[in-house]
Design a protein around this ligand. Sequence first.
Ligand code: URA
Length: 205
Amino acid sequence: MDKARTAALEALYADIHRCTRCPLHAGRANAVPGAGPLDADIMFIGEAPGFHEDQQGIPFVGAAGQYLSELLAGIGIDRKRVYISNVIKCRPPGNRDPLDEEVTACKPYLDQQMELIRPKVVVTLGRHSMTRAFPNEKISLVHGQARRVDTVIYFPMYHPAAALHRPSLKADVEADFLRLRELLDGKWEAEVYQAPPEAEQLSLF
Ligand code: URA
């Protein structure tokens, strides 16, 4: 079974490396599918590859990635044990925000990653990632809250890069990591998420 899932994940990575679904493919050095073990319990979803990620084909290897590794180590989690991906798999020029059509074109890849990894906890990093799960919400209001949808817990956080640019956010980011540790240790529980009636079909679940 795991052999089949491993093969499916490898096939998905190959598809992403060959992808031409949106114009970002033309400017990439490498697509950045994701990294981490198939049996990871926690999946982190960032925004998009930056310069270093594009160069290396690996997510979160630049300054934000270094900070993410430190935050994980600070709560006793080895980065190698978590799965890390992004909403879009190719670098937008000049690190601009992803466009809606890029997010839409890339969505099937993230959906398949979710299906194959089957994480227990999904940590969304930043507004673009949070919006996929919880459209119409403000990250400043929902960061650090855990919401359960069926068996999966979603935990929105600020993007680590935001905290590097705005040091006033660092305390929130670090407090949210401590809350994540306590959530994993069963010290508090996620609320069951009730989608507001006007919500469209939510994309991550
Ligand atoms: N920022 C992201 O959102 N993703 C990366 O992979 C690197 C930086």
